[in-house]
Design a protein around this ligand. Sequence first.
Ligand SMILES: O=C(O)CCC(=O)C(=O)O
Length: 344
Amino acid sequence: MNGQVADIKSTAVDRQLGGLATILSLLGAKSFEHEEYVARFQRDGFLYLPGFYSDVEIAEVLAATETLLAAGDCPVTVDSLESNQRHYWRHIRDVADNLSYKFNDLYLFEPAIRELAMGKRLSSILKALMGDKAVLCNSLSFAVGSQQPPHVDSLYMTPQTPNKLLATWIALEDVHSDAGPMSYYPGSHLIPRYIFADGSRHVIDSEMPDWHAYMDSQVKVRGLEQKTFLAKKGDVFIWHSELLHGGSAIDNPALTRRSLVSHYYCERDCRRLRSDLQAMHDGYWMRRAPAGVPCQPGDFTESSFPEANYLARYGDVAKAVRAGRVKSGYQHWLNDGCAEGRLV
Ligand SMILES: O=C(O)CCC(=O)C(=O)O
């Protein structure tokens, strides 16, 4: 376990507090439950909801995911956990091992995934933590630990309004301590933000060594401790955009660690950006083109080309097709888009 401290004590406390909140909510004291959650979230930078989903709910999602990924016209893109290279899953699945990839944005295609990431109970908790309706805007499905170095999500998904970004981690199976559990530093969300040379909070890769040095020194000065999340199937962990977290090292590569990670912006920011919001329970999910992939002309025929995604991603092409200047997105990609390096 590389000397990390497993979060066993706070897990027990959280289970008791979670149980109390659940009993009070069943008695109709929903606002008490939410106030309690908000207070813990503001203090710790995360909220742990043990046993939030049932085995049946998780099994439905796993089955739906399997069906989606096996479909002939599967629209899903994946990123290699080693090289970060992006592919359409259907182009590589015959030769690829699904343990080596992270599956992008399954929420766009599969209602069962949305029902987990933006379900009735979860959406109302996210709304309380966000102080606005939450908008599900991406999802990442992992079959193994990510082994991502410590980071804060606002570096990469910088919200328009500071702090208005949440993330959830949902355990799709029990996590073994050797499977590279998620790790995090309670209280680290209170570390004053690092500002990059261009004045923004958005990552500049060349400055990341300075960012790491700054965060390490803040962790030391504040006496923050690294914890690991030994989740049980159905547990939910919600974290703040500024919580320092990552995936710890996998000590036993034979172990899987199935999980669903989702991110949420707030309604106000998304409306300002004119995102396409689909109402769902106490929040929304964002309809958008999935992550784009660099492709070669031989990768598609006209019928297998993801026309709708290409037009959604490139407004200028959609306009040209509407005006009759180009026959289709596929034709544009063959004539120009591929050479211009446009993603499919
Ligand atoms: O699941 C993990 O190992 C960490 C995921 C994570 O850090 C993220 O998606 O931001």
